[in-house]
Ligand binder design. Sequence first.
Ligand SMILES: *Cc1c(COP(=O)(O)O)cnc(C)c1O
Length: 369
Amino acid sequence: MPRYVIDERALRRNLEILKEVADRTGARILLAQKAFSCAATYPLCARYLAGTTASSLFEARHGRENFGGETHVFAPAFNPGEMDELLGFVDHIVFNSPRQVELFGEKARARRVSVGMRVNPEVSVAATPAYDPCRPSSRLGTKQEFFSCPDVVEGLHFHCLCEQGAEELSKVLAGFEERFGGFLPRMKWVNFGGGHHITRADYDVESLVALIADFRARHPHLQVYLEPGEAVALDAGTLESRVLEVQPKGADGIANAILDTSAACHMPDVLEMPYTPRVTGARTGAEGPFAYRFGGPTCLAGDEIGVYSFDHPLREGDEVVFEDMAIYSMVKNNTFNGVNLPDIVLRGEDGTERILRSFGYADFASRLG
Ligand SMILES: *Cc1c(COP(=O)(O)O)cnc(C)c1O
């Protein structure tokens, strides 16, 4: 069976970087659970981060019950039938439009939940439209032309980045202040969203610290929040799998290798984003002496992970390790084709491994009615 292995040492390394940013800037940093929601690691994360942010009732509850600290939530539109329960779990609620504030703002205030609005600064910096909340037809965040700010609103939120650096943030921040800066004197907080790749080796942490310090110098009354997801668990986990069969080489000189893990089921972002994950000990592409096209055990023709080259031939039973699989993997996986889910394993700092969760037939059958 394949396994997701979360590496506590790598996680802590990321958390230390994030805490340093928080300590040096006064910003509060939240885990965006949409990227990584492993509750067994939350006690560790909670020593470094201020809380969590959520995209739904269930994520909000998960953050409140397992992480503690502050719990924030944003959704493009909230379900009225869930609002009472949701307000019991959160400290901040970020609405996407003036209409949503009109519907739920007073109710939130009555429950002492801080009300914010997500705005759209209209600064496109994300590399692909699927990950660009400022794309022309975006439903995410209110544009300046439609913006109004009821009294109940005490914070503004923007989220425009995806795997990006301080330079892109500075462009977005400039656009945000140009369009919405006039409302800042009335606010208590500003949330800079996620997509900050702070823990990536080449991220310019000094520029981020300077940017936040500069913002705070101009707006000393505002609490700044950041809510990265990826950066918290970047490179903090792998997906370990095995070769089930190696087929004969095709006309292109590449052999299909069928693995016991699936892009469609266990790493959907490979197909959705799309991207080719790194494999330990292999190069991406067909340039090496032994090239293989990795595919999953499902009957989806497009369930291909990528082409990789090795210095040695691969055989049945060999291990294949996909890197950077703590994020956007467990939170998105599924049992399409009845393929079982990988175990979730935590590797402690002393190297010992603990199986957090194994899955079976009941997990498949219970979701299908
Ligand atoms: C996705 C998302 C995040 C986290 O993004 P990362 O790219 O994982 O850092 C934070 N806030 C909001 C509103 C999001 O939609």
